[in-house]
Ligand binder design. Structure first.
Ligand code: NI
Length: 191
């Protein structure tokens, strides 16, 4: 019997300007934490010699992992590139594969990259006011293609869990790079 179930309503603040909460501490991923995910490893190493930029941050409110609860929070991916590849999140499948997720963009410009184990992939552009439905079984990654923080609010079944390892091993099939100033989807050379 779980004793951690939340039985009371609560509120939490997320800034519409920068996505950050003043109520909770965010999880932060700097380049040194996620350098392996970028296609241009030489560029990643060169950048790390100079600095260790914050790539993204997000909130994990520690909701009870039951199918009746919801996990939610914001995700903020900062603007920048490693080589010509935009800053992005690691991306993940849900441990319970057949669970979907919704992301609502409220600041910045970006994309949601998605792919499933059956070789299907999709990418959707996001801008303030736009929500994306990530279907069950699709891994998902946020990519900032703009020059300001890319902020989304997400919500998914609280017991879904995160499987980062599958993506860590070879990445997504497609990556998004800057080609002459335009975000362009290309094959991942490492896939
Ligand atoms: Ni997710």
């Amino acid at each position: 019997m779980k004793v951690s179930e939340i039985e009371k309503a609560f509120t939490i603040f997320f800034s519409l300007e920068n996505g950050l909460s003043t109520d909770r501490e965010s999880g932060k991923r700097h380049l040194a934490d996620v350098q392996q995910m970028f296609a241009d490893q030489e560029a990643a190493k060169a950048r790390l010699k100079k600095e260790n930029p914050l790539i993204y941050e997000f909130y994990d409110l520690g909701m009870p992992d039951t199918p009746g609860d919801l996990a939610f929070g914001t995700s903020i991916t900062y603007p920048g590139k490693i080589g010509n590849e935009y800053f992005m999140t690691k991306g993940h499948f849900h441990s319970i594969l057949e669970t979907a997720e919704v992301y609502f963009c409220f600041q910045g410009q970006g994309m949601m990259m998605m792919e499933n184990p059956e070789c299907e992939w999709d990418i959707q552009c996001l801008a303030p006011g736009k929500a994306v439905y990530v279907p069950k079984c699709f891994a998902h990654r946020s990519i900032n293609t703009g020059d300001t923080p890319f902020c989304t609010f997400f919500c998914f079944r609280a017991d879904a869990g995160h499987d980062y390892k599958t993506i860590e091993s070879k990445g997504f099939r497609k990556i998004v790079v800057d080609k002459n100033g335009e975000p362009t989807v290309v094959d991942n050379p490492e896939w």
